[in-house]
Write a protein that binds this ligand. Structure first.
Ligand code: KG4
Ligand code: ZN
Length: 343
C-alpha cells in the first residue's frame, strides 16, 4: 500500500464518521451514531446531533487510528464534510478538522458530502469511470447527476421536488409503526410482502424530466392505511412496505437508466443511505443489465454516512493536485452539489 494517508471526518447528520485511506485503500472506518437518541422523536434533532458529535469526535478519531495501526502524526492530509447538512453538526466536524490541520501542519480539504457518497465507490471498485451518471439517494437528497469528472465537473440533471427518498422511507415507516430510521425495517419487512399487492402512484414517472417526487406517494400510503384502519381491517405491514418500496425504486431506477441512455453514458454509480436498499440494488442491476449500463454500488456499510467516503474524496482531490481549502473555509449547510471542494 502506498500513497498519502488521508483522515476523513464526517458530521453532516447523526453519524460521527472517521475514515483513514492510504491512496485509495481503506484502512479504517469508525462510526459513532447518535441515531438512538433521536429515535423517539421520529427524526434527527439537530442540537442533539451536534452535542453527540462533540462527545464522539476525539474517541472516534482514536478508534480509526487504532484500527488502521497508524498515529496521528502519520496523517498527510485532513478531509472533512463542509456541507450540505445540519449547520451545527457540520460545524463540529469542520472545527475539528481545522484543529487537526493546524496542529499537524497538514493540508485541509473541505469537501461536499454528496460528492463523497460517489467517491467512496473507488475504495471498493477502483477508479471512477469517466463520464458516469450518479444517483444519490439519502435522507436529505435524491439527485441524478452527470459526472464527467468528480474532481472537475458535476452537472445536476434532476432532483426531488419535495421529500427525499430516504425521508419517504422514514415517514412511511412511522405510519407502519416501524422504528426510525425507516429504511432498514421497511427493506426487511418488504422481503415477505407482495410488491404488487397495492398499486401506489409513481410520482413524475414519465414526465420526461429527471426530477423525483415522493410526497404524493407518502400521502397515498397514509390514506390507504387510514382507510384500512377506519374499516377495522388489519394493516398488512409487509405488503404495504413491499408495495411502497417498489414504487420508490421503480422510479429511481427508471430515471437513472434513462439519464444514462439519453446522455450516452455507460456507467451508473449509486450512493447514499438508500443505496443500501436490497430491492434498489437488485432492480438497478436488472435494468442496467438490460440497458447495457455497468452499475456500481458500494457495499451497504459504505452507502450510509461514514468517514471513509470523505477520506476517499480527499485522497482523490489530493492525488489530482487540487489546492487545499483555506483554514477560513466555512461549513455550508446548503453547499451546492456542483461545489466539490470549498476553495
Ligand atoms: O446517506 P445517509 O446515511 O444520510 C444522509 O445523508 O441523509 O442516508 C440516510 C437515509 C435514511 O433516510 C434511511 O432510512 C435510509 O438512508 N436508508 C435506507 C436503507 N438504509 C438506510 N433506505 C432504504 N433501505 C435501506 N436498507
Ligand atoms: Zn449522506
Amino acid at each position: 500500500m502506498s500513497g498519502p494517508l488521508v483522515l476523513g471526518i464526517e458530521t453532516s447528520c447523526d453519524e460521527t464518521g472517521v475514515g483513514l485511506v492510504r491512496g485509495q485503500d481503506l484502512l479504517a472506518d469508525a462510526v459513532a451514531s447518535s441515531v438512538a437518541e433521536h429515535a423517539r422523536f421520529g427524526g434527527i434533532v439537530p442540537e442533539v446531533a451536534s452535542r453527540a458529535h462533540l462527545e464522539a469526535m476525539q474517541p472516534t478519531v482514536q478508534r480509526a487510528l487504532d484500527g488502521a495501526g497508524v498515529r496521528l502524526r502519520d496523517v498527510d492530509a485532513i478531509a472533512v464534510t463542509a456541507g450540505p447538512g445540519l449547520a451545527g453538526a457540520l460545524q463540529v466536524g469542520v472545527c475539528a478538522a481545522k484543529a487537526y490541520s493546524l496542529a499537524l501542519g497538514k493540508p485541509l480539504y473541505a469537501v461536499n458530502h454528496l460528492a463523497a457518497h460517489i467517491a467512496v465507490d473507488q475504495l471498493e471498485h477502483g477508479p471512477l469511470p469517466r463520464p458516469a451518471v450518479a444517483l444519490l439517494v439519502s435522507g436529505g437528497h435524491s439527485s441524478l447527476l452527470l459526472v464527467p469528472d468528480l474532481a472537475g465537473e458535476v452537472v445536476p440533471l434532476g432532483q426531488t421536488i419535495d421529500d427525499a427518498a430516504g425521508e419517504a422511507y422514514d415517514k412511511v415507516a412511522r405510519l407502519l409503526g416501524l422504528p426510525f430510521p425507516g429504511g432498514p425495517p421497511i427493506d426487511a419487512a418488504a422481503v415477505s410482502g407482495n410488491a404488487a399487492a397495492i398499486s401506489f402512484p409513481r410520482g413524475k414517472y414519465r414526465d420526461g424530466s429527471y426530477d423525483f417526487s415522493f410526497s404524493g406517494l407518502k400521502t397515498s400510503v397514509a390514506r390507504w392505511i387510514e382507510a384500512r384502519q377506519r374499516s377495522g381491517e388489519h394493516v398488512p405491514v409487509a405488503d404495504v412496505a413491499a408495495s411502497f418500496q417498489e414504487a420508490v425504486v421503480d422510479v429511481l431506477t427508471r430515471k437513472a437508466v434513462d439519464a444514462c441512455r439519453d446522455h450516452g453514458v455507460g456507467h451508473l454509480i449509486i450512493g447514499g443511505g438508500v443505496a443500501a436498499n436490497s430491492r434498489l440494488r437488485a432492480l438497478a442491476a436488472e435494468r442496467c443489465a438490460a440497458a447495457g449500463v455497468a452499475v456500481r454500488v458500494p457495499r451497504p456499510g459504505l452507502c450510509t454516512d461514514n468517514g471513509a467516503m470523505v477520506a476517499a474524496l480527499g485522497a482523490e482531490l489530493l492525488a489530482r493536485g487540487m489546492p487545499p481549502s483555506p483554514l477560513t473555509a466555512p461549513a455550508d449547510s446548503s453547499l451546492p452539489v456542483t461545489s466539490v471542494l470549498v476553495g
